[in-house]
Structure formats: C-alpha cells, structure tokens
Design a protein around this ligand. Sequence first.
Ligand SMILES: Nc1ncnc2c1ncn2[C@@H]1O[C@H](COP(=O)(O)OP(=O)(O)OP(=O)(O)O)[C@@H](O)[C@H]1O
Length: 287
Amino acid sequence: MALTLPTHSSPTVIPLRRTPKPTLRRANHRVCVASGGAPLLQVNDLRAKIVESNVEILHGVNLTVNQGEVHAIMGKNGSGKSTFAKVLVGHPDYEVTGGSVVFKGENLLEMEPEERSLAGLFMSFQSPVEIPGVSNDEFLVMAYNARRKKLGLPELGPLECFSYLMEKLELVNMKPDFLNRNVNEGFSGGERKRNEILQLAVLGADLAILDEIDSGLDVDALRDVSNAVNRILTPEKSLLMITHYRRILDLLNPTHVHVMDKGKIARTGDISMVEAIEADGYETVST
Ligand SMILES: Nc1ncnc2c1ncn2[C@@H]1O[C@H](COP(=O)(O)OP(=O)(O)OP(=O)(O)O)[C@@H](O)[C@H]1O
C-alpha cells in the first residue's frame, strides 16, 4: 500500500525560540523544516463533512509532522480541532470529501480505524469512553499484543505482561487497582485522562494525538501526565496535541504551534505566538 508521497503546501516552519516578539505566519508561507526528522504525517488540503448533516467542517487542512516534532493546535471553540483529530483516526461520524493524508508513507485514509492504530497512530479523546465488561488489564494486554503481532514480535505471556504493565503504571503514577477495573467505568475525569496516557505508554505510538489531555487535570495530575508523555517521546516519535492552555505547552515544549480557524490551519508559529493569543485573543491570529 506504499504510495508516492504527494507534494504539499503544509506550514512547516522554523521555531524561533530567540525571537523576542510573537511570531505569526500565514499557513501557506512555506519555509525550511526545523526539526529535520523524516515526514511522519502529511496532511494536504484535507476536507471533511459530518456524515449525518452533510455539513463540511474541515475546509482544507494542511499540516506536516516530522519525526521527533511536538505540534500543538489551538483555536477558538468550534474551529474544527477535534474534528480534525477524529478524522485522522477514522471516526465514523465524518466523511473525507477531499485532500490526502499520508502516514509513514501510506495512504491513511484507505485504512480502517483499527489498522491506523496498529500502524502506530494513537489518539486520546477529549471525553474518553467507558468499555463496560472489559477490564483495563485485559484491554491493554489485548491491544498491546495485537500491536506486537503487527510489528512481527511474539505476543507476551501473562507474567511478562504483568511486569510490563506495572512498569507503565509507575510511569503514569497510577495505582495498580486501576488495572482490575473496567475501562474508564466510574473513573473520574482526571483518572480517565491519566488512563489514556497509560494506554499510550503501553501501546507506544509513532504519532500520539492528545485532544485536550490537560482539561480537568489537577496540577499534580498535569505534571504526572506531562512527565509521562515526555518520557514516552523519543527522537523518532511525534506528538500532536490540542489544547487551550499555556501550562501544558510549557511542560511539553512544542516545536510548532498552529491556530485552527474555520476548519483550516490559519497560522503557524512557535510558542511565542501563545503570548499574543493570551494577550489579545484569537482575533489577532485568525484569518
Ligand atoms: N458529530 C457532529 N455532529 C454535529 N456537529 C458536529 C459534530 N462534530 C463536530 N460538529 C460541529 O463542528 C464544529 C467543530 O467542532 P469541533 O469539536 O471540531 O471543534 P473544536 O475546535 O474541537 O472545539 P472545542 O475547542 O470547543 O473543543 C462545531 O460547530 C461542532 O458543533
């Protein structure tokens, strides 16, 4: 299923950490790639609509994420950030109506949601769902072994799985009791978010998409989650996070910050752009 990589006009930019003033660029302004890793995700003119209503939400998103980069997407409520993330993982509520998405050299849009996950795409949802009747450890072991199989690795037996899961629990600073409980059933909002990061730690991913992982977390939980994400990230792995808040950006140190507006990436810059947003709102950075 390998495809020729398409040309694209994604907003790859050089992070300007020493620039004293906020850096704002038009999304279609093409400059050099900063982090220099191989392209991992290439989104070109992606358009998508809600299946039920036929309303188009994404009106031509362009974005390139290279290996080792940390991207943050910000933007007003309702600008299309979560829709973009959900379209990337193949959520059935949306239909792609145009454009292309290449992930690790393959056409992502041709893959079923499960194939996308096995290929190394992980998404933590804004509101993680419960899976009644399935314990957290059963779910994690099943998903992890499926990923190992896809990678051509032997499945882990129960004892190996147990020690692997304990190591990951420690990474996320979660109590072992959470393994015996059904996935997210009765979990508080913050516990659900922490559990999402446990899933990421267990499964591993080439690209993790975290949709408002910081919402509803207390300060300690936010620090634990950020520490865990920083420890999971390697020079080959990348992160795409959606957030409204500066605090997580300071902890995860994005290489690129994008502003989504009306279903498009309207601006791309570095973390200094967040200062402008916090001072003057999105009007100064939207189209
Ligand atoms: N399944 C759906 N059914 C109906 N409307 C939808 C659906 N999905 C998205 N929308 C609409 O599409 C628009 C974009 O929603 P989306 O959740 O992507 O915004 P967002 O930028 O993530 O917002 P927020 O910052 O509030 O989380 C909104 O107006 C939303 O109501």
